[in-house]
Design a protein around this ligand. Structure first.
Ligand SMILES: *[C@@H]1O[C@H](CO)[C@@H](O)[C@H](O)[C@H]1NC(C)=O
Ligand SMILES: *[C@@H]1O[C@H](CO)[C@@H](O)[C@H](O)[C@H]1NC(C)=O
Length: 511
């Protein structure tokens, strides 16, 4: 990207900031991505490389995760012994992606170390195809097939020479390296056990036939983490479509927390175009760090949940684990194979450990005033047996409606233990007057009386991580004084469900 382009981008970004304050992030992403992808697409001034693909196989040592001390050379069986290859142990082959620098990136030794930390006797082989990956993106993408074939020949040779079951082979490919792994898997004589695709590259692979990209046919089990499927100009850095047996989209597969593009704006001013690459790389590379996290934090593995769409997940509609609807993110994923692709979602923290706790809240709003006219800001505080998580924002995807149960997703970074109490707080927004708010809130929690029964507003909660289901009732239903904060505790006594989502409590059962 030339300095001129950067300046244009910067001006465009500032204009965007002035005109659309709220969608700055989106505008920014489009500008950055557009420019970034343009440089990927423009290959006219680069020669088509025709030299044979070269892959080298470096068996790294746990004590030197950053150094290439010993190469295994195909057709030289002595190199296996020389590198102390353990043929009865698991073998990981880590395959890097496209590179500008022609060097391994800093994640490589981190991933190697994490693999050794988890599987001490494993063979961690780094597949070095830097010489081809250093080309212009389009050329590097074309070379993935040839490199994949070479990796396949290596796998065939090592299987025969070391008499190794291929179930022990796990290919881990990042970006373009994921497709290298796919070609390696499809060209190997026998199927390898597993391929993990870490944000497989999108440009030149999206929408292509399964034979021309990583696909579920390439290994007994193929799992994918999608972290940067942000589309622009019909292209996305990471592939958007599901291409494995299990495809997990952390944070919807885009806008990873901690990879703030707003911060990138400030960095552009200070550091120039490197900040652009940083912002793109942060999201793309997040897939690797999520995988490393899953290797290191065995106790705190994150869960992902099957869902029809990211939007439905954000509404809290998909936190069930029934019939393998949920799975573990990363290394310990359950190898569930279905005829159709399985898309799963999860939220994460901004840094390691990435795990969060997901809660589904189902709330039935009942009110005498028309609440769909307002856009309140709702915050919830959760009080558990271990800890509390206060002032969590309840994101409203739609307008509130009455006489209908609405579902929300709430996430907390803390493990609060068992939920015992929660408070619900409405904040006034500009467009809504305080008197209306109080009227609304008071009618909201006091409910309509209907014969002998009192309609009580309750909140049904499902904790994703424990799968525990709970029902919470207003703590003090007899207190009529309007308040912006309402406390709920676990419902007690003789409650029963009537009709759809409305719970009625007999007055005598209340304290
Ligand atoms: C090779 O791996 C096996 C199984 O993981 C392990 O039991 C054995 O100790 C390893 N051998 C060496 C020399 O490390
Ligand atoms: C509530 O307000 C919305 C928006 O002003 C309006 O479209 C809707 O018809 C109203 N509903 C009732 C029951 O008054």
């Amino acid at each position: 990207m030339s300095a001129w382009q950067v300046r244009v981008l910067f001006v465009a970004v500032l204009n965007a900031a002035v005109q659309h304050g709220t969608s700055l992030e989106e505008e920014l992403a489009d500008s950055i991505l557009g420019n970034f992808l343009d440089t990927l697409k423009d290959s006219s001034d680069h020669q088509r490389g025709s030299d044979a693909a070269i892959a080298k196989f470096s068996l790294r040592k746990p004590s030197h995760p950053d150094d290439d001390l010993c190469y295994i050379i195909p057709n030289k069986p002595a190199s296996l012994a020389a590198c102390a290859f353990n043929s009865t142990s698991k073998t990981f082959m880590v395959i890097h992606g496209w590179t500008l620098s022609g060097m391994f990136e800093s994640w490589m030794p981190k991933l190697v170390s994490a693999l050794y930390e988890r599987e001490q006797t494993a063979n961690v082989i780094v597949v070095d195809w830097l010489s081809s990956a250093q080309n212009h993106y389009v050329i590097a993408a074309q070379k993935t097939k040839a490199v994949g074939r070479e990796v396949a020949r290596f796998i065939d040779w090592i299987e025969e020479t070391a008499n190794m079951p291929l179930d022990n082979i796990h290919l881990i490919g990042y970006s373009l390296g994921a497709h290298v792994a796919g070609f390696a898997g499809s060209h190997a004589t026998n199927k390898v056990g597993r391929i993990t695709g870490l944000d497989p590259a999108g440009p030149d692979f999206e929408g292509k036939h399964a034979h021309r990209r990583l696909s579920p046919d390439d290994a007994h089990f193929v799992d994918i983490l999608h972290t940067f499927t942000r589309g622009s100009l019909g292209l996305s850095i990471g592939i958007e479509q599901p291409i494995g047996h299990v495809d997990i989209y952390p944070n919807g597969g885009s806008f990873q927390p901690g990879c703030n593009l707003r911060e990138a704006l400030e960095k552009i001013a200070n550091f120039g175009m490197f900040a652009i690459t940083d912002a793109v790389k942060c999201e793309h590379e997040r897939s690797i760090h999520l995988f490393i996290d899953s290797l290191l934090n065995k106790q705190g593995v994150a869960k992902a949940y099957r869902c029809g769409s990211s939007d439905m997940f954000d509404r809290g509609m998909c936190l069930s684990c029934r019939k393998s609807r949920c799975n573990t993110v990363g290394y310990d994923v359950s190898k569930v194979r279905r005829a159709r692709h399985v898309q799963m979602y999860t939220k994460t923290r901004a840094s390691m450990p990435f795990k969060v706790y997901h809660y589904q809240m189902k709330i039935h709003f009942s009110s005498k005033v028309n609440i769909s006219e307002m856009e309140p800001s709702l915050t919830v505080s959760l009080y558990g047996t271990k800890e509390e998580a206060e002032n969590l924002e309840l994101k409203l995807k739609d307008k509130l409606v009455t006489k209908k149960t609405q579902s929300f997703l709430l996430v907390t970074e803390k493990d609060i233990g068992d939920l015992v109490r929660l408070t619900f707080r409405w904040k006034e927004t500009n467009s809504w007057s305080a008197s209306n708010l109080l009227k609304m809130v008071s009618s909201w929690w006091s409910g309509d009386s209907d014969g002998a029964d009192v309609e009580v507003h309750k909140i049904r909660i499902r904790a994703g991580e424990t799968q525990e289901k709970m029902v919470f009732c207003v703590k003090d239903p007899n207190n009529q004084s309007p308040s912006q904060e309402v406390t709920f505790v676990k419902c007690q006594g003789n409650w029963r469900m009537k009709s759809k989502g409305i719970m009625r409590v007999s007055p005598e059962s209340q304290t």
